[in-house]
Design a protein around this ligand. Structure first.
Ligand code: 9G3
Length: 576
């Protein structure tokens, strides 16, 4: 491809409003341009990388029996009313009306659309299992789109759905696709972890996230220093690590605590450690169920765990109005478990159960109780792990200790079970001719987000450094002066030879100063750059391996062999 023909608008200066390295570099290297917040143009080089990624995804999914197809992005709201999800996602869902004023949405994901497809056209278990997938543009009106392609409002996702007549069949597909994901991310060359994740509002039983490690990542994972445990911070648990507290229980006492509505102020005023204070937080689950969560003063409540224990789909901190209506109007900062309305579900963390003579809110302004003891002064409906893990905690298996890392969620797979087939009545007749709800799985990869993840793990101060498996080109020929006879001749010869060998070659045939050509080549990040300069008469070129920045002068015959070796290793990677 001639660089004078392909549109690569590189920038000299760093765009000020781009914080993430991948965002800055993809703008500077002429890969993307923003059209509106979280909505991007994929310029030719980015589009080539996306197609390379898609090819790897297709190869690996087709190996597991997946079939590619394409569903509509424009979806009738009625379909999402059937699953009950049309209202669930609120402002995040892009909604619109057609000319007949009928409600439509731009698809953020496609469980409903695929379930309808199966409901309409699959009637017997004999036609199952099925693995269908699409690589499609999705829409989610994120509140805070940021970091370029990392969190967009329009993005490309590969979403797969599997359909089964049994959970065993789902388990088999789930592990096969899990393995396909690992092959995909390994071939791309990403440093990633697969971790236990929260299935969120997807219901279902189990879900795994794939996290590419990156400082800019919005996901925090907890992993054990001894292999064998990694989970999304919201799902991570730790092994209870305390001996029984045998302190003598003292008489509960009401004390004046004016203006001490935070744990810190209370610890200061009563001269106690935060560990001796009960932290009580009020929630409302699914908009109606009042829940009080209690953790030790130096711990944080894990809302996902509270939601799961309350068996709800949506959890929110109680608003002032709800505190008024559902909790009897307790003043914030003085909340405690004593004297609450009967129907409040009280969940206490396991460390709370082992506390003796602790401080607790008295549900009255400027008042707290001291020497409060669970079991005597209040009873929790459940004592269970509802705290956020902390670095240094013991992993659940007790080996090593937990460490945190940030990363970018690049994939997420779910065992949905019958959550959608039941609400949408998608059944098949089983071998006894009885209708059973289809068992489903759903599996996503963030294709456009992968660009950012790959760049976050592969760049240097000069620009992008693409792994050869997904690079927009294999070789970047840079004749210093394309008007010079010898340089042009050698460059064209190499172009022909490499192209014939099946390499994808970009040749900088522009009439630009050398400095511009070199800076652009370093920004664009093609794995192998070959500079053809003064020594062209002697058939000598400079080979630059972008990843290591090593420079090798070599005769044109050698460089052909060297590149063939590169291509072979590249082919071998694909075979694996
Ligand atoms: C929505 C909106 C945003 C959403 C969803 C629905 C996330 C939604 C979860 C999933 C689950 C899986 C198939 C591929 C893998 C992920 N954000 N999710 O369902 F209406 Cl606005 O998308 N879907």
């Amino acid at each position: 491809m001639k660089q004078s023909q392909i549109f690569i608008p590189t920038l000299r200066d760093v765009p000020s409003d781009a914080e993430a390295a991948s965002h800055q570099l993809m703008l500077r290297a002429g890969y993307i341009r923003q059209v509106s917040a979280g909505v991007y143009t994929y310029l030719p080089l980015a589009w080539r990388v996306i197609n390379k990624i898609n090819e790897i995804v297709r190869e690996e999914l087709n190996k597991t029996g997946g079939t590619e197809m394409m569903l509509p992005t424009l979806i009738p709201a009625d379909l999402w009313r059937e699953s009950g999800r049309y209202e669930t996602y609120g402002p995040e869902m892009m909604k619109l009306k057609d000319r007949h004023n009928r409600d439509f949405l731009l698809g953020p994901t496609h469980e409903e659309t695929f379930t309808k497809l199966i409901r309409d056209d699959i009637a017997s278990y004999k036609k199952l299992p099925l693995h269908l997938y699409q690589i499609q543009t999705k829409y989610r009106d994120e509140k805070r789109p940021r970091f370029g392609l990392l969190r967009g409002r329009e993005f490309i996702m590969k979403d797969s759905y599997t359909f089964h007549d049994s959970y065993e069949s789902l388990d088999h597909a789930y592990s096969e696709i899990w393995e396909a994901y690992e092959n995909i991310f390994d071939r791309i060359g990403l440093d990633y972890r697969s971790i236990i994740a929260d299935a969120g509002a997807m219901g279902g039983s189990e879900s795994m996230e794939f996290i590419a490690l990156a400082d800019i990542g919005e996901d925090t994972i907890a992993y054990s220093t001894e292999a064998g445990y990694a989970a999304n911070i919201e799902m991570a648990s730790s092994k209870f690590n305390e001996s029984k507290n045998t302190d003598v229980q003292l008489e509960k006492e009401l004390v004046e605590t004016p203006n001490a509505s935070t744990i810190e102020e209370l610890a200061e005023l009563l001269a106690v450690d935060k560990k001796e204070i009960l932290k009580s937080v009020l929630y409302v689950v699914d908009g109606e169920k009042p829940v009080l969560a209690i953790v030790r003063g130096d711990h944080e409540v894990n809302e996902i765990k509270v939601r799961l224990a309350s068996e709800g789909e949506l959890i929110e901190k109680a608003t002032d109005q709800e505190i008024e209506d559902l909790f009897g109007g307790i003043p914030a900062g003085y909340v405690g478990p004593m004297g609450l309305p009967e129907d409040v579900l009280i969940l206490a963390d396991e460390y709370v159960e082992n506390m003796v003579n602790s401080v607790s809110g008295a549900n009255e302004i400027d008042k707290h109780y001291i020497n409060v003891n669970s079991g005597r002064d209040f009873e929790a409906d459940q004592y269970l792990d509802i705290r956020m893990v902390q670095e240094g905690d013991l992993p659940p298996n007790g080996n090593g200790e937990l460490k945190f890392a940030t990363g970018i969620e690049i994939g997420h797979i779910f065992k949905l079970g019958t959550r959608f087939s039941e609400t949408m009545d998608a059944t098949v007749l089983d071998q006894n001719g009885r209708p059973i709800p289809v068992v489903m799985g759903s599996y996503g990869i963030g294709i456009s987000r992968l660009l950012s993840a790959i760049v976050e793990q592969n760049y240097d101060e000069k620009g992008l450094v693409w792994p050869s498996s997904v690079a927009p080109f294999d070789i970047h020929l840079v004749p210093v002066n394309y008007n010079n006879e010898a340089q042009k001749e050698l460059a064209d010869e190499l172009y022909e030879r490499f192209t014939k060998k099946g390499f994808e070659v970009l040749i900088d045939d522009r009439k630009e100063r050398p400095g511009v050509k070199f800076t652009d080549a370093e920004l664009i990040g093609v794995p192998v750059q070959i500079t053809i300069g003064k020594k062209a008469e002697d058939g000598i070129v400079e080979v630059n391996i972008r990843e290591t920045n090593e420079m090798i002068e070599s005769k044109k015959e050698e460089v052909l062999d060297m590149i063939s070796i590169l291509k072979k290793t590249h082919e071998e990677e694909k075979e694996q």
